[in-house]
Structure formats: C-alpha cells, structure tokens
Design a protein around this ligand. Sequence first.
Ligand code: IMP
Length: 174
Amino acid sequence: MEPGIRWLITPDQIATRVRELGAAITADYAGKPLLVICVLKGSFIFAADLVRAIDLPLGVEFLGTQSYGDGQKSTGVVRITLDLARPISDCDVLIVEDIVDTGLTLTYLVDQLTRRGPKSVKVCALLHKPARSVEPVAIDYLGFTIDDVFVVGYGLDWAQRYRGLPGIGVVEQA
Ligand code: IMP
C-alpha cells in the first residue's frame, strides 16, 4: 500500500464482484458472441479481469477517451483519442467503463456507438458516483456504488499515478 492511500474496495472484494458480473453477463447473453469495448485508459485492468470471468465467444476492442486533464475535475469535454479498429454493425456490444462520474463520457460514447448500428449496446461499469451525476445514464452491470470521493487504483489514476494499485483507494493527502 502506498503512503497516503486508504482502501475503499479491497482486491478481494473486487475479485468477488468481477466474478459475479461475469456470471451475470454470461447468463444474459446465453452463448451469443459479444464484443467487449474497453474504454481506455482507466478500464484496462477491469476489462482484463472481466473478460476472463465471462464464458462467451468474445471479441475485444479498445476505445480511447479523454474527459479530464491531470486534475480531479471534469473539463466537461469528451473526445475520442483512439477509435475502434473495426465496424460494430451486427454486434452485441458491451462498453466496459472504469467509473461513471458525471456520466458525460458514457452518454457521449453510447450515443456515438449506437450511431454505428450495432445489434445492441449495454454498459458495464466498475464504479458509479451518483452524487455527481449530470447526465443520467443506464448502467446494465454495475460493480459498486461509491460516495463522492476521488478514487485511484485498479486502472484509475490521479495525474497518471496509482493505476497499478491492486484495489480501489482514496487519496488522503492530496
Ligand atoms: P465522467 O464523464 O464525469 O462520468 O467521467 C468519466 C471518466 O472520468 C472516468 O472514465 C475516469 O477516467 C475519470 N474519473 C471520474 N472520476 C474519477 C475518480 O474518482 N478517479 C479517477 N478517475 C475518475
């Protein structure tokens, strides 16, 4: 554990929840192929664990977005920094997000991907901070609801730091 960080969600709690989410997704798609879209950068660790908990024929694509600078406040502007490498028409798509904060990123992504004509679009998010919601957004599979605190670890950063922590932590001395 790094100094100044306290665990909010431990690695064991995450592992248990990821297994549950994987089982629910596996059951819902009932053997149908699924295209998992990992939203970079924050979702890369969550998506890597989640795909190993899903028992379906899977494709994986990566989509880069940026909605924050290097601080803890949203700029409110979402831009795609890396686009998908293939069309998604005729695919069942599952967007995998690290955290839904204001909801602006996810609203933008669902809208953009829906325009590309997939069979369906669903969302799996590890974390949700409802207190900060600006755009209400449907989350089909949710790991944990958390309070309005800035969290790091398990892929999530603060100014590009802490992504490698194995659990979700709160920075106590900012
Ligand atoms: P939203 O558009 O405000 O919902 O924010 C989405 C993105 O902001 C997430 O995918 C994260 O990359 C980043 N973000 C929001 N809250 C946090 C946090 O507490 N820690 C780290 N990144 C965050």
